[in-house]
Design a protein around this ligand. Structure first.
Ligand code: COA
Length: 218
């Protein structure tokens, strides 16, 4: 049986942000991007098993991760999106990051956790807020989910700005919550439910209004 809302390609024509499932052929672009961003990403990521950053982010490692993501997403446990940017007036896309709705639990919870990163070379352009808004709207409608949660280290001001700009609610403080960059780190829990955005036509519509962009035509 197909997982609700998966696979899918999500596009915001206003900004050129595209979310799509990973492809096996993403291995080299993913690896190059991850290796170029070691200092930028490693401080915010789960403590890896032993191994150098280059080895853990090689094209062959991508193919292992790809297989696992495919298995979990087909089973309905995650929606792992490659984040791409489409050049204006062209169909060309370049890979710039990742956003994942993970740990999807259904029944009475209907909730998922969102995690994300973007290439430092396109940071500060609103790529991840747009990607998160696209993913949340999709999860709430086609994905049948009710709640999306994001957990962020207090020190990660850039990531906190992403959820604060989108209007996520700050709900909780988790002491020693996740093992990140070599130690158990505290996290702030933010969340959003369908009720928070349904009257506004969704989270992307809210984000466009905040940025002063005209709404997408249906
Ligand atoms: C957190 C992250 C995903 C934000 O993505 P983004 O697409 O740059 O998001 P935004 O464009 O909304 O920028 C968010 C904040 O980053 C800061 N910022 C702006 N330009 C920046 C730049 N060139 N470089 C670094 N940070 C910048 C600003 O504080 C901005 O907030 P503001 O809009 O109030 O000024 C990105 O910084 C990242 O990938 N960081 C490393 C990995 C990470 O922290 N992942 C999240 C773990 S919870």
């Amino acid at each position: 049986m197909a997982a609700p809302g998966w696979p899918v390609i999500l596009t915001d024509p206003r900004t050129g942000v595209v979310l799509r499932p990973y492809r096996r052929s993403d291995a080299r672009a993913w690896s190059r991007c991850r290796i170029a961003n070691e200092a930028w990403l490693s401080v915010w990521e789960p403590t890896p098993p032993s191994g150098s950053w280059a080895a853990l982010n090689s094209p062959s490692q991508f193919r292992l991760i790809y297989g696992e993501l495919k298995r979990v997403s087909r089973a309905g446990g995650a929606m792992p999106f490659a984040v791409c940017l489409r050049t204006a007036g062209s169909r060309r896309e370049r890979f710039v990051g990742q956003i994942t709705l993970g740990n999807i639990v259904r029944r009475a919870f209907c909730s998922a956790y969102a995690g994300y990163w973007v290439d430092a070379r396109v940071a500060g352009q609103g790529v991840i807020p747009t990607a998160l808004a696209l993913a949340v709207d999709h999860a709430f409608v086609a994905g049948g989910l009710h709640r999306i949660e994001v957990n962020i280290r207090p020190e990660n001001l850039a990531s906190r700005r992403v959820v604060e700009k989108l209007g996520f609610r700050e709900e909780s403080y988790h002491a020693k919550y996740l093992h990140i960059d070599g130690a158990w780190r505290d996290h702030i829990g933010y969340a959003l439910t369908t009720e928070d955005v349904s009257a506004e036509g969704g989270l992307l519509a809210r984000w466009h209004r905040i940025k002063g962009l005209a709404p997408n035509r249906a």
